[in-house]
Write a protein that binds this ligand. Structure first.
Ligand SMILES: Nc1ncnc2c1ncn2[C@@H]1O[C@H](COP(=O)(O)OP(=O)(O)OP(=O)(O)O)[C@@H](O)[C@H]1O
Ligand SMILES: [Mg+2]
Length: 448
């Protein structure tokens, strides 16, 4: 008991010690329109937070989103109360830091780092900048080692490596959340950090209760922000999840980072950009919304200095990997692989509904052996031969025997689907995934 009190006290003292001791500049609110506030005398960088004192003595948190002349443009984090012209704006010295460390393991927190799971305060005295620490690009290690994600179709056909960044693109209700839960439960990593951004509130609790109920729970940190929160908070949650992952990586750990969904993050920045007067470009996204995506994704990857890695999965909302969607397009340009989930497959009850033909791991060829690569190519050849002739086949316009390649694709089609199909509670190891692929994919690997 004494030890616990001592720990709490040390924690408190350390946090006080961490508070920045520089001069505090108090700002004044001078303009306010449509959720955007202008503040004079508040000379802090973008992303810095402040507290506005209202007429009725309440405090409203806000964050700097940009500048106009010498004025800071601030966005309130909560729906604003009765703010008055000339209101005091106090700087929030800890606002650009995220609390990180082992005290977060097994916990569910909100965008400001507040516990959401009712399990008491978070014991951790470490901080990490929300925006990340800039490191030399040469410190980024190449992706060289395959990672077992516990999903046969990914292990076998879209082999990923430690430190790889992958986009999962799918329409709504095609099985993204289930696939993510399956990967968290079975991936061969030390720690998982999950950012649930802009989900429906019910889904957050559902995710924590059902998808995180395995042994990984105690090694997982969840940062959640529902859809109805301010866009600034949604961005903050994404930055916080990434900062927490970066901290674990700096300790040499193998981290799995999952962001669900990148589209909702882009939407948040779109709201902010438009309210600051940025011009909308593609599909209403201002440039800042699309510029945010590479900045966030680039923070994942391998770190040569510590030997740690962040293997990251970002979900993107788009039916069949819609190329017209600017978020999909931007994300695909920067990640090292994408997994496209197909509504056609999910409608046939094939889960995970991975469209093997459209999905790709850009590092796979470099990290697997020749035999595995040959088996992959063979599978893909049969898959695409079927897909390319799907219409003909369904119309009955194809006559068996006209093309041996198509004949084979038709004969093996059920085997291919059977290889992809996997129960949401089952894990398939890398070894079993590869063995099954090399020995005629019809035979399933040993399933748990
Ligand atoms: N591996 C699976 N095995 C069986 N059924 C599945 C599997 N994956 C998904 N499903 C079915 O598909 C439904 C939707 O899945 P999920 O919630 O993962 O979709 P989503 O893409 O996350 O949806 P949303 O866009 O609403 O977030 C599930 O409720 C379940 O019925
Ligand atoms: Mg979902």
């Amino acid at each position: 008991m004494i030890a616990a009190q001592e720990k709490a006290l040390t924690h408190l003292v350390n946090r006080i010690g961490n508070l920045n001791a520089g001069p505090r500049r108090i700002g004044r609110l001078v303009a306010h329109d449509a959720g955007m506030m202008e503040v004079t005398g508040f000379d802090y960088p973008i992303g810095f937070g402040g507290t506005i004192r209202t007429a009725d003595g309440k405090a409203i948190k806000a964050e700097i989103a940009g500048f106009r002349g010498s004025r800071a443009l601030m966005i309130p984090l909560e729906s604003d109360g009765s703010v008055r012209n000339g209101a005091r704006v106090e700087p929030d010295m800890q606002s650009s830091m995220a609390q990180v460390g082992d005290g977060l393991l097994g916990r569910v927190i909100g965008p400001m780092g507040e516990p959401l799971d009712g399990a008491g305060p978070i014991m951790s005295d470490r901080d990490w900048p929300l925006a990340g620490k800039r490191s030399n690009v040469l410190n980024r290690g190449r992706v060289t080692t395959p990672i077992d994600l516990g999903v046969r179709a990914i292990n076998g056909l879209l082999t990923a490596g430690y430190g790889q960044r992958i986009a999962i693109a799918a329409g709504s209700g095609v099985g993204k959340s289930v696939l993510i839960g399956q990967i968290i439960a079975n991936a061969d990593v030390d720690v998982a950090v999950v950012g649930l951004i802009g989900e429906r509130g019910r889904e957050v609790s559902d995710f924590v209760e059902t998808k995180l109920d395995g042994p990984m729970r105690g090694r997982t940190v969840t940062v959640a922000v529902p859809a109805d929160y301010s866009p600034v908070l949604r961005l903050r949650a994404a930055a916080r999840a990434t900062a927490i992952a970066e901290h674990f990586r700096s300790e040499g750990k193998r981290v799995l980072l999952i962001i669900d969904s990148l589209t909702r993050i882009a939407h948040a920045q779109r709201e902010i950009g438009l309210s600051m007067g940025e011009p909308p470009t593609m599909k209403g996204y201002p440039p800042s919304a699309l510029a945010l995506i590479p900045r966030l994704i680039e923070r994942a990857g391998n770190d040569k200095a510590s030997g740690g890695s962040i293997t990251a999965l970002y979900t993107v909302l788009a039916d069949g990997g819609d190329m017209e969607d600017p978020v999909v397009d931007t994300a695909r340009a920067i990640v090292d692989g994408h997994i496209i989930l197909s509504r056609l497959l999910s409608e046939q009850g094939i889960f995970p509904a991975i469209d093997v033909g459209k999905s790709l791991s850009r590092v796979a060829a470099d990290i697997i052996d020749d035999e595995h690569r040959t088996a992959q190519t063979n599978f893909r050849r049969l898959w695409s031969a079927y897909e390319e002739n799907r219409d003909l086949l369904l119309m009955g316009a194809y006559r068996q025997g006209s093309d041996p390649a198509i004949d084979e694709a038709v004969a093996r089609h059920d085997d291919l689907l059977e290889y992809v199909r996997q129960g949401s509670r089952d894990a398939v190891s890398m070894e079993d995934s590869v063995t099954a692929l090399q020995h005629g994919f019809g035979q399933r690997g040993n399933e748990a």
